[in-house]
Design a protein around this ligand. Structure first.
Ligand code: NAP
Ligand code: G4F
Length: 364
């Protein structure tokens, strides 16, 4: 029987967790790379730990030898290189670390595959990004649109894109980039704009937070559902020839619109008034200001007009860009966060009660 062994870097991340579930379901043995952390609980993959098809190994994208060793031990047939410092704003604060992980890290994976003589048997997926289009030169963007990276993150990812292409041509390796537009979910990191909004909407609706502070409300994104996008990563590696693909929904919304949809799903109608830094969002029912703009969330250079054209992926991979619509995505995220905020509240009341009972000697 054909060996199906996948190695995922970035397995603890949003995409790594969904991809692990997807590949286990397809019958793969899934190996993930984790790095040492002072906190051992890995929230997104906790439910997979102990599964007979799921295995974890310590390694780091900054440590070549650790990558050579793990690839040699696992002998993967497919590698999904998802590990990255993935926050664009953070890349302005830690540009060198971002370059080391997001650019040189890709080279380390490719060289580790070659060092283990797996270059003709192991297919490699690189997590590339719509941030490459940056200060966009064309709308919507497709595989032929010129790149114009506009952050240290995007510049690092551009190196990753080109080194993958270089190894494909120089060594005839099956390595490809998925140029993925923003994809979100209930597992999205809490400082990315969509999750920040859905959590705030849930907290404000339940009286746990007064206001949400955001940066550029006019920024436009093509937001899809992460669970749908991991299928495409796999489809790209099953294709006859190694090629790069744009993965997007083909639908664009602003941060402001995302707020309105999310707060509506949480039961609050929002109306925006004012302009620029003075723009504010008001709860239509109470007249209370619940959204404000803060300069803290503006970037030195911001990508403001991302809109993907997924025609190639639809035609050549048979992938459905509209499997989950924008409205469904927002609804999934808000529903999840409404439950999370309510559950956090119950847990905190129970902790307070227990502390009080212990203090009074009512429970031993
Ligand atoms: P994420 O949730 O931030 O996950 C990033 C993963 O990378 C985590 O598992 C993290 O491990 C790991 N990592 C970071 N530095 C590492 C290092 N030095 N060594 C080993 N592992 C390291 O990101 P995501 O949203 O799932 O995105 C997955 C990939 O797709 C990333 O490369 C991202 O740049 C790219 N991408 C994402 C989107 C999107 O909209 N989500 C769009 C286009 C491209 P820890 O848990 O230990 O931090
Ligand atoms: O949610 P974001 O931080 O995502 P961004 O910068 O588009 O990056 C994400 O998608 C990329 C694909 O295009 C990935 F490659 C990358 O790894 C990451 O997953 O910001 C989206 C937009 C930006 O224009 C930002 O300026 O929202 C704007 N924004 C406005 N207020 C904000 C905020 N972003 C964040 N994070 N926080 C705010 O308060």
């Amino acid at each position: 029987m054909e060996r199906k062994v996948a190695l995922i870097t970035g397995v603890t991340g949003q995409d790594g967790s969904y991809l692990s579930e997807f590949l286990i379901e397809k019958g793969y043995d899934v190996h993930g790379i984790i790095r040492r952390s002072s906190v051992d609980y890995r929230e997104r993959i906790a439910h997979l730990e102990g599964h007979p098809q799921f295995h974890l190994h310590y390694a780091d994208m900054g440590d070549s030898m650790s990558l050579v060793k793990v690839i040699g031990k696992v002998q993967p047939t497919e590698i999904y290189n998802l590990a990255a410092q993935s926050h664009v704003q953070v890349s302005f604060d830690s540009p060198e670390f971002t370059a080391d992980v997001d650019a040189t890290g890709v080279l380390r994976v490719l060289e580790a595959v070659r060092a283990n003589h797996l270059e003709q048997t192991c297919r490699i997926y690189q997590a590339s990004t719509s941030e490459l289009y940056g200060k966009v030169e064309e709308v919507p963007q497709n595989e032929k649109t010129p790149f114009h990276p506009y952050s240290p993150y995007a510049v690092a990812k551009l190196y990753g894109f080109w080194i993958i292409k270089e190894y494909r041509e120089a060594y005839n390796m099956f390595c490809c980039s998925g140029i993925l537009f923003n994809h979100e979910s209930e597992r999205r990191g809490e400082t990315f704009v969509t999750r920040k909004i859905t959590l705030a909407a849930a907290r404000i609706a339940q009286g746990k937070q007064d206001k949400l502070y955001l940066g550029n409300l006019s920024s436009l994104r093509d937001w899809g559902y992460a669970k749908d996008y991991v299928e495409c990563m796999w489809l790209i590696l099953q294709h006859d020839t190694p090629e790069d693909f744009v993965i997007a929904t083909g639908v664009q919304h602003s941060v402001r619109e995302f707020c309105q949809y999310a707060f509506r799903a949480a039961g609050i109608e929002v109306e925006f008034k004012g302009e620029g830094m003075d723009e504010k969002g008001y709860d239509v029912k109470t007249g209370k200001c619940i959204i404000e703009v803060s300069p803290d969330f503006y970037r030195p250079t911001d990508v403001v007009n991302l809109w993907g054209d997924p025609t190639k992926a639809r035609k050549e991979l048979g992938w459905d860009p509209q499997k989950t619509t924008f409205e469904e995505l927002v609804s999934i995220m808000v529903k999840h966060d409404m439950q999370k905020v309510a559950a956090d509240h119950v847990a905190s009341v129970m902790r307070t009660n227990l502390a009080e009972y212990l203090e009074k000697g009512l429970v031993k």
